[in-house]
Design a protein around this ligand. Structure first.
Ligand code: ADP
Ligand code: MG
Length: 248
């Protein structure tokens, strides 16, 4: 999509490797890595924020632009929540640049979210898959549709989320960035909480401000910002932190 390319300059390159190879599941593979401790800290901070803002069963984590680490953060957070004993579901609602199937070694041609949303005979059990990690299930994107925002904004999506909430302790949605397309925005009214990934040193202020303004249009609680230090060579690139709105 040319609009996509224009918006992503050299500083914010559009990376597609995670669509093919999946994200690095550091939380599952390298338990002793300090980065995993950072994911646990993010988990704790989200839990604290949830105490203040009410029970958070559905969580949407996005960022302003593509390639800021959303899918990496979502998948690893899902893993650390599952490791805590919570029954967790990771839903690939990025119907434009899906990664979840690749991350968990699932065959991308099998059914996923878009099949459920476009076929009212499907049951949730038809699209939920095990991830290979205890306590963590996944719903992959399914075939890429022509109308992602419409599907995600549909009543069937709302009903699906309600059903999933009755089965899981926590449902995490991986979605496209806020400033490119409306997909993430249409989901805001359907989830209990949102957190924003900030690309260490590279996210620009006006993009973050516009993202914040989009969030203000909905009443969804903003749980905080996840600082993804993608560009720090010293920590082999993987550095994560967490901030609340008060730190802005
Ligand atoms: N903390 C990090 N350190 C190094 N590379 C990272 C980090 N977070 C993400 N990446 C890399 O950045 C690219 C985009 O990540 P991804 O999670 O797919 O972003 P998004 O979902 O926002 O498009 C991938 O190549 C991923 O491996
Ligand atoms: Mg992604």
């Amino acid at each position: 999509m040319s609009f996509f390319r224009n918006r992503t300059d050299k500083k914010n390159r559009l990376l597609t490797d995670t669509m093919t190879n999946g994200v690095r599941l550091i939380a599952a593979a390298e338990l002793k890595n300090p980065v995993v401790e950072q994911f646990r800290t993010i988990r704790t901070n989200i839990d604290f924020a949830s105490v203040a803002k009410g029970d958070i069963k559905t969580l949407l984590i996005s960022s302003a632009l593509p390639s800021e680490g959303k899918s990496t953060v979502n998948a690893n957070l899902a893993v650390v929540y599952a490791q805590q004993g919570k029954k967790v579901l990771l839903v690939d609602a990025d119907l434009r640049r899906p990664t979840v199937a690749a991350t968990f070694g699932d065959d991308r041609t099998t059914v996923g979210l878009t099949n459920y949303l476009s076929d009212n005979k499907k049951e949730i059990s038809d699209v939920i898959k095990t991830s290979g990690i205890p306590n963590l299930d996944i719903i992959t994107s399914g075939p890429i549709p022509p109308n992602p925002a419409e599907l995600l904004g549909s009543g069937i999506m709302t009903e699906l989320i309600d059903k999933l909430k009755s089965v899981y302790d926590l449902v995490i949605f991986d979605v496209p960035p806020f400033l490119m397309v409306t997909d993430a925005q249409v989901l805001l009214s359907k989830v209990d909480g949102v957190a924003i990934v900030v690309n260490g040193g590279k996210s620009n202020k006006s993009d973050l401000k516009r993202t914040y303004e989009i969030l203000q249009l909905s009443e969804v609680p903003l749980l905080g910002f996840i600082y993804n230090d993608k560009n720090n060579k010293k920590n082999s690139g993987y550095g994560y932190g967490y901030g609340t709105t008060a730190d802005k």
